[in-house]
Design a protein around this ligand. Structure first.
Ligand code: SF4
Ligand code: SF4
Length: 367
């Protein structure tokens, strides 16, 4: 059975640009919050790209998720035109994730007018939604969302909401902002956000400083400060400890990888596929993210198990049609059959989508 098909897919997750105005310390686009990663190949979609990617062949498409792994969609030069294409070429709803600190209030009001669908049936969302990632208040948001400006974000979000857009405030919780959760929630209500969501990261597992802190560097590579997980137990991801241990053991390669039962999130929960800024199709943003830096262990794992066999260009929508990419042997068969073998399964699938630990969906909690 194919991994995903035109019929099974209900969601396109798209990264329309890998440019960003911010430099968050846990984002792979930069080095611990400092300078941009030299491995990042900057790229961005045009309207013509979007026309091709939002294909009418996806008969059951319910949602298009604009959320970059290395970029903020609001930065893309043709972002409004591309969202408009999503709305006119498909009947999907749109979810648009941004740090909110680029563009002007009138640009955000324009986005709200485009994202105006109401009463869309199906999937988990009945309206289009803009998610503003705001991790604190005036004095703390920039400790994580480095390079952003709180007052500008609030102006932009207010303009979006006033123009009729539905918005959610996502708050990534750390030690430095945990005392502001309730105040931020009250502010979100006052402005008119319809939802307020806590995000409890598991990414401290990847920190070079151990799972209880992570360095934040400036553009010269000097240490500026550390970020730390929240101290209040109910604000810490319930999978943190077990995930920290799992990542540590896998990275140390202390023993051969045990057989892990995979429950692919995109197959079992979201029926989603991912297209990155280079217009390459991957089963998910996690694997796509592993393929950009040759220095990472997960890159080498992908190389050994996938690209040494199939090369690098087979998933490019610049060179192939959607049907060719979806019917490529890796996406059609090998990926899924690899889950049954500890030697063949990607380390990424094992750590992100195992049946015993759920580091992704456990991150979110609506308040
Ligand atoms: S706003 Fe998003 S894309 Fe930009 S640096 Fe932060 S996490 Fe990365
Ligand atoms: S990491 Fe593997 S198992 Fe998880 S969503 Fe991606 S393809 Fe599926």
């Amino acid at each position: 059975m194919a991994y995903q098909s035109f019929e099974s897919l209900e969601e396109l997750h798209v990264e329309i640009t890998n440019k960003c105005n911010a430099s968050c310390p846990m984002c792979a686009r930069n080095i611990y919050g400092g300078r941009q990663s030299p491995d990042l190949k900057i790229s961005e979609w045009t309207q013509e790209d979007a026309q091709k990617i939002f294909s009418p062949q996806f008969k059951n498409l319910k949602n298009i998720l604009f959320c970059g792994t290395h970029g903020d969609p609001a930065v893309a030069a043709q972002a409004l035109e591309i969202v408009e294409l999503a709305k006119t070429q498909t009947s999907a709803t749109v979810e648009f994730y941004s740090n909110g600190s680029v563009r002007t209030p009138s640009w955000w009001a324009e986005l709200a007018k485009i994202m105006k669908t109401r009463d869309q049936k199906g999937y988990y969302r009945s309206t289009d939604l803009c998610v503003f990632s705001i991790d604190g208040l005036e004095d703390t948001n920039t400790l994580y969302r480095r390079g952003t400006q709180f007052s500008k974000i609030i102006e932009n979000a207010s303009a979006y909401i006033k123009a009729g857009g539905v918005a959610r405030w996502d708050f990534l919780v750390f030690k430095h902002n945990e005392h502001q959760v309730q105040e931020a929630k009250a502010l979100s209500k006052k402005i008119g956000f319809s939802q307020f969501r806590l995000r409890k990261t598991t990414r401290f597992a990847y920190s070079p400083d151990g799972p209880e802190k992570q360095r934040v560097l400036n553009k010269k590579g000097d240490l500026e400060y550390y970020i730390e997980p929240p101290t209040q137990k109910h604000l810490v991801n319930k999978n943190k400890q077990v995930f920290d241990t799992m990542v540590h053991n896998m990275d140390q390669q202390k023993s051969p990888q045990p057989q892990i039962i995979i429950r692919c999130l995109n197959k079992t929960k979201f029926q989603r596929i991912y297209v990155n800024a280079l217009k390459q199709v991957y089963p998910c943003c996690f694997i796509s993210s592993d393929t950009f830096s040759p220095k990472s262990r997960l890159f080498r794992d992908y190389q050994e198990k996938v690209s040494d066999k199939y090369g690098w260009g087979f998933n490019s929508l610049d060179h192939f049609q959607w049907s060719e990419v979806l019917n490529h042997p890796w996406l059609k068969d090998s990926l899924e059959s690899s889950w049954n073998s500890s030697k063949k399964q990607l380390k990424r699938c094992a750590r992100t989508c195992s049946s015993t630990v759920d580091p992704i969906t456990s991150q979110s909690e609506d308040l």
